[in-house]
Write a protein that binds this ligand. Structure first.
Ligand code: SF4
Length: 287
């Protein structure tokens, strides 16, 4: 499994050369860096999974160009900004291979995602706050799962719908390059971590590309992979949650009073119902 790990890393020529032969996600934080990507990739020859562009500017202030058309881009922006200006970019957004993620910190983003999706822009919510707005999240899930008007995918609902395992658990962490079974994160010094957050906080599990193959044998990897079991041993709210199979305790900080269970239970029902309809399975009362 570890031999297949995708490396999430900065745009750095020598570092990219050191992981040649592996798939990479290149993380950039400015338009300048984004615009340099293709030149660097041409000179190094990378096996690109995606470019992860994390910007602190709103969508309406970003300068994206048609020259990026061949790059698969996951764009994280805090919000849309001035809607009319952002919408001037709509023809370009339709040409680019881009998914636009908005932060869960801004309440307006839940409605903005409905707007983007209805305008045929692949989009999603990213969680830079451990607390979500349960009501807004439920409305957004309802829109994605039940709206009969044409609309583009919204993450993480789209992932859950497409990868749902009716007999087990479904983890949508991979949408955010945060699935430890698929991604490993590396900084400019070659430090390795299990998530972008660990890397940022100096929680390393190794050093250098040579150690990537051994990640599966690392104790920290096993501890993280089995972390969900602690929720049951501790008898936490998550241990009795009916939505656990698709949440896996990601919002445990707001479990209990704050409605996260209801969000995921409704999501689960919506996913199961929609998949049943897709299959065209006959219900007993229809015969
Ligand atoms: S929805 Fe809330 S209670 Fe349920 S598993 Fe997720 S965090 Fe835990």
């Amino acid at each position: 499994m570890s031999a297949n790990h995708i490396v999430v890393m900065p745009l750095d020529e020598s570092l990219l050369k050191s992981v040649q032969g592996r798939k990479v996600v290149v993380k950039v934080t400015s338009e300048d860096e984004l615009n340099r990507c293709q030149d660097v990739f041409r000179s190094v020859g990378v096996d690109l999974f995606a470019v992860w562009f994390v910007s602190d500017k709103p969508l309406s202030e970003l300068n994206l160009s048609e020259s990026l058309v061949n790059l698969p881009i996951a764009l994280y922006v805090p919000k849309v900004g001035v809607f009319a200006e952002a919408m001037c970019r709509l023809p370009l957004l339709h040409k680019l291979n881009i998914k636009i993620f908005l932060s869960n910190r801004e309440q307006e983003n839940y409605v903005m995602l409905q707007a983007l999706s209805s305008l045929n822009v692949y989009c999603g919510l990213y969680f830079d706050s451990p607390l979500m707005d349960a009501e807004e999240m439920t409305d957004l899930a309802h829109y994605y799962l039940y709206s009969t008007s044409p609309h583009a995918p919204i993450e993480p609902f789209y992932y859950l719908m497409e990868h749902y395992d009716p007999a087990g658990k479904t983890d949508f962490s991979g949408v955010y390059f945060d699935d430890i079974h698929r991604f490993v994160h590396m900084d400019k010094e070659g430090n390795l971590a299990l998530s972008a957050s660990d890397l940022e906080h100096g929680v390393y599990i190794g050093q250098g590309p040579g150690q990537i193959n051994a990640i599966g044998e690392n104790k920290a990897f096993s501890a993280r992979a089995n972390k969900w079991q602690a929720l049951f041993l501790e008898n936490s709210d998550c241990s009795t949650c009916e939505g656990w199979r698709v949440c896996l305790g990601k919002f445990s900080e707001q479990s209990g009073e704050k409605g996260c269970e209801q969000v995921f239970v409704e999501m689960l029902e919506g996913i199961e119902g929609t998949r049943r309809m897709r299959k065209g399975g006959k219900q007993i009362w229809q015969s």
